[in-house]
Write a protein that binds this ligand. Structure first.
Ligand code: COA
Ligand code: AMP
Length: 629
């Protein structure tokens, strides 16, 4: 079958398409229908089915004779550890952990925060929650205590499962003090914390609140899988929006299972038993979908890699992992390849490894620049597929359906819409635009199964953020165009979100932090082009009247403040003190214009600009840090 036939068959009868895709999932009670639209424009899928995520990701494979197959390969060049966990071991480990959580009162619908690095126990914690119908929320290890506290207060977890530490090259990330600090800051207090003690750092436990991962499992009854309704939330994953308050994206159980399973063959072109590797982190959506759930649901072997593309120990690490573990399909962010390319431009390292097992490279998370794609094609000698999606959707919106039909690659385009997504380019009035014209990228409702039905405890915010600008559509927040052949091109974000090293960050959140500095009267944060990370944040601060301390001192404090409040992941290293910020006459800060000046791009200030002379001041300030050439 060709891609077009599959896409057209979905368009002609979405209900039949998604009911058929649902056949690949083991339901305790089959759903009577796919789409539930009584509450439109809020849509849900498979609501009257009963199903369990962990059963589909783990137990069913054991029951179907895959018990001895490796489910998880843990490869940590940081700790020099390699370990394999079979499906049957995984089932036993997860059932015990779930049993222990249940014994302490965790059940269906309870929230559990997971704060763990890239170790198999992170996946086990996720699976133990879904086994019980508890709703997990994984928090990335690169966030500061304050961000963790915000999430604790928003999803009010009964328990928190954390590791004693994470390991970054050259430094131990002390998770436990961060966790203790976050709980102290938060108004909501979890009933208990489960701490996985790593040998690199054993944390002090707080009596009466903290239990040891191993100790609390001793002697408990393993838990069975608890079937839940198709629309029961499997997890909440917080992502950046325009303001400092992160959005709690909800992932519904039934649609998540169906959609992820569909993608493994049709997009990633792997069969059950094949090894699949996504080099990301469980704290991001890529980690949820393609390190943990999709490969396991589909009966693949997944790789949990605790390391970096370079420096652990060298730029050949990715090639070693691919070759040693027989990886078939590999997924990473363009930044990771840029890092390797910078260190090993000629691709010498790859010659030390046989990566003939690899069939394709998949890139997402940020724009894949042509240089990086071409370099990867040349060095890796496999097709390189860019694909585009978001935390909100949980799986690719636009990609190259290699398992159905590998379409010709057009460099710069993530290719074509996947079934389930009617992607359109709209003008400011919500009218569809012609091929080749640049506009807002929107998706006609309903979104497919597995995508967010709402935000946790914030339905009004969901409607306002995504469904209001273009009635009848989901607003993606990205701008781009579709060419004559139906290929999509992503050009920019339409909001304040920036993408740093494949990490989605809110400039609004950073501005809130800068504004809290006692000497800062006004500020703006913009994303400027960065050769390695795609974008980097730069802060501009105007000082309050009468402040006469050295500017460098205040700038350094601003950098520290963002690191302390948001975390190292914000990669906020540049702050500039300026006299004034360029604004429109109505007072709107011209962030887009500042970014263009920084990137030395041609720009036309808006006619409504208040004082064009300020642009020269900004340019001079940027020149002092090597921008705005
Ligand atoms: N826990 C704690 N801190 C973390 C962390 C984690 N899980 N992940 C990153 N950090 C820290 C880093 O140590 C760094 O701290 P520093 O300022 O003290 O150096 C900071 O957050 C910024 O990290 P990052 O932007 O990732 O930069 P880097 O210089 O450490 O590494 C790359 C650069 C290119 C190697 C790295 O960004 C990379 O591998 N990117 C791949 C992106 C990716 O997988 N994205 C996921 C979405 S698909
Ligand atoms: P996240 O929710 O963290 O996955 O970030 C989603 C955002 O990252 C998208 O809305 C885009 O802005 C950007 N993004 C993801 N994949 C791509 C891609 N292939 N090309 C361009 N931008 C991308």
């Amino acid at each position: 079958m060709a891609y077009k036939d599959v896409y057209d068959s979905w368009k002609a009868d979405p209900e039949a398409f998604w009911m058929q895709a649902a056949e690949a999932i083991d339901w305790t009670r089959k759903p009577s229908k796919a789409l539930f639209d009584d509450n439109a424009p809020l849509y849900e899928w498979y609501c009257d089915g009963m199903v369990n995520t962990c059963y589909n990701a783990v137990d069913r494979h054991v029951e179907n004779g895959r018990g001895e197959q490796t489910a998880i390969i843990y490869d940590s060049p940081i700790t020099h550890t390699k370990r394999e966990i079979s499906y049957v071991e995984l089932r036993n480990r997860v059932a015990n952990l779930a049993g222990a959580l249940r014994a302490k009162g965790v059940g269906k619908g309870d929230r559990v925060i997971i704060y763990m690095p890239m170790i198999p126990e992170a996946l086990e914690a996720m699976l133990a929650c879904t086994r019980l119908g508890a709703i997990h929320s994984v928090v990335f290890g690169g966030f500061a205590a304050n961000e963790l506290a915000t999430r604790i207060d928003d999803c009010t977890p009964k328990a928190i499962i954390a590791a004693s530490c994470g390991l970054e090259p050259g430094r131990v990330v002390h998770y436990k003090p961060l966790l203790d600090g976050a709980i102290e800051m938060a108004s909501h207090k979890p009933e208990f914390c489960v701490i996985f003690q790593r040998e690199q750092e054993v944390a002090d436990l707080i009596e009466g609140r903290d239990v040891n991962w191993h100790g609390f499992q001793y002697g408990v009854e393993p838990a069975e899988c608890v079937p839940v309704e198709g629309n029961h939330p499997a997890y909440i994953l917080y992502t950046s929006g325009t303001t400092g308050a992160p959005k709690g994206v909800l992932r519904p159980t039934g649609g998540h299972l169906v959609a992820l399973n569909w993608t493994m063959k049709n997009i990633y072109n792997v069969d059950p038993g094949d090894v699949f590797w996504a080099a990301s982190d469980v704290g991001w959506v890529v980690g949820h979908s393609y390190i943990c759930y999709a490969p396991l649901i589909h009966g693949n072997t997944t790789v949990v890699f605790e390391g970096k593309p370079i420096g652990t120990p060298d730029a050949g690490t990715f090639w070693r992992v691919i070759s040693e573990h027989n990886v078939r399909s590999f997924f990473t962010a363009p930044t990771a390849l840029r890092a390797i390319k910078r260190e090993d431009p000629k691709g010498e390292e790859i010659k030390n490894y046989d990566i003939s097992c690899l069939r394709a490279l998949y890139l997402a998370g940020e724009r894949a620049d042509p240089d990086t794609i071409e370099w990867a094609q040349k060095v890796m000698q496999v097709p390189v597929y860019d694909h585009w999606w978001q935390t909100e959707t949980g799986f690719p919106i636009v990609g190259n359906p290699a398992g159905i039909e590998a379409l010709p690659v057009k460099i710069g385009s993530p290719t074509v819409p996947m079934p389930g997504y009617d992607v359109q380019i709209l003008d400011d009035n919500g009218q569809p635009m012609k091929p080749g014209e640049l506009g807002a990228i929107a998706i006609k409702l309903p979104l497919p199964p597995g995508t967010l039905p709402s935000l946790w405890n914030a339905e009004a915010r969901y409607v306002k953020s995504y469904l209001t600008t273009f009635p009848g559509y989901y607003e993606t927040g990205d701008a781009g165009l579709i060419d004559e052949d139906g290929y999509l091109y992503i050009m920019a974000r339409t909001d304040d979100v920036i993408n740093v090293a494949g990490h989605r960050l809110s400039t609004g959140a950073m501005e809130e932090v800068l504004a809290s500095h006692p000497d800062v009267a006004e500020c703006a944060v913009v994303g400027v082009a960065d050769q390695l990370k795609g974008q980097a944040p730069v802060g501009f601060v105007c000082l309050s009247k009468g402040v006469d301390r050295p500017h460098e001192e205040i700038a350094a404090e601003c950098v520290k403040l963002v690191r302390d409040r948001i975390g190292p992941v914000a990669a906020f290293k540049l702050a500039l003190v300026v006299d004034r910020l360029p604004k429109t006459r109505s007072g709107k800060i011209l962030r887009g214009t500042i970014a263009k000046i920084a990137d030395s791009e041609a720009f036309k200030p808006p006619a409504t600009i208040d004082d064009p002379a300020i642009l020269d001041e900004i340019k001079s300030a940027l020149q002092t840090i090597g921008y705005a050439k």
